[in-house]
Design a binder for this molecule. Structure first.
Ligand SMILES: [Zn+2]
Length: 242
């Protein structure tokens, strides 16, 4: 551990289902796992999120016989006509993160330490959950096995700063980081320990982070990011007595 103990690691959806070959594979997913381990090794506390959907989840295109990566208007997990009052827009994904499948487990390359906490999200078949703070209804919370929301648990543990990594930068990392910032946490995203679905999505996410005050750094800068080298005072000349 090199970072002060008010700073914790939070790795978002570091699961094979979001890596190359997974149900919703993101390029560069497998390669970030050692970097997530390096972040984790620098903090006292570590938190992990896990996308954990029942089969036939309402966010899956296959559930509705639709094409993936399209959008649909929905109310309570059911597709309704566009323009229906009260409807929200849901992006329809390929099947991913299905409870009980090997690819929905945390990535086998990760070093999860004793005492680390894992919050599962997307467990309600009718509501998607990108952010680990709020489900997509922006009302209900994903919860740790002890019943705490992520923000309650972080505050209980004395954490005011989170170092965020994971997949996908332009969906679940984005929403989790922004919600944590809105809740008053200092949020630092380690960009090279994330993977984005598209370059356009990454660019839009970085713009949003700037607006929200979500900070961005890289793994090799992490330690010095929180402990900048102190500025050395200029050497003084001899004091001349008058
Ligand atoms: Zn999902």
């Amino acid at each position: 551990m090199t970072l002060p103990k008010n700073i914790a690691s939070l790795a978002i959806d570091a699961q094979p289902t979001f890596c190359e070959g997974g149900g919703l594979g993101v390029a560069g997913g497998h390669a970030i796992m050692p970097k997530i381990n390096q972040i984790r090794s620098q903090t006292e506390k570590g938190y992990w999120t896990q996308d954990w959907h029942p089969a036939g989840h309402s966010s899956f295109a296959s559930t509705h016989g639709r094409a993936p990566f399209t959008t649909a208007s929905m109310i309570n997990g059911q597709i309704v006509a566009d323009g229906t009052p009260g409807a929200y827009t849901q992006k329809l994904w390929t099947d991913h993160g299905i409870q009980g499948t090997a690819e929905a487990e945390l990535h086998p390359d990760l070093v999860v330490r004793a005492g680390d906490m894992v919050v599962k999200k997307g467990t309600n078949p009718l509501i998607d959950s990108y952010s680990c703070v709020f489900e997509n209804d922006k009302v209900t919370h994903p919860r740790f096995p002890n019943g705490n929301s992520v923000t309650d648990q972080l505050r209980t543990d004395g954490i005011d700063t989170v170092v965020v990594s994971g997949i996908a930068l332009d969906v679940c990392v984005r929403d989790g980081a922004c919600d944590l910032r809105d809740e008053g946490f200092r949020v630092v995203v380690v960009l090279d320990a994330t993977a984005a679905i598209t370059p356009e999505g990454q660019a839009a996410t970085l713009d949003l982070f700037k607006k929200k005050g979500v900070e961005v750094t890289t793994l090799d800068q992490l330690a010095s990011y929180f402990n900048p080298p102190s500025v050395t005072a200029a050497p003084r000349g001899p004091v001349n007595d008058p």
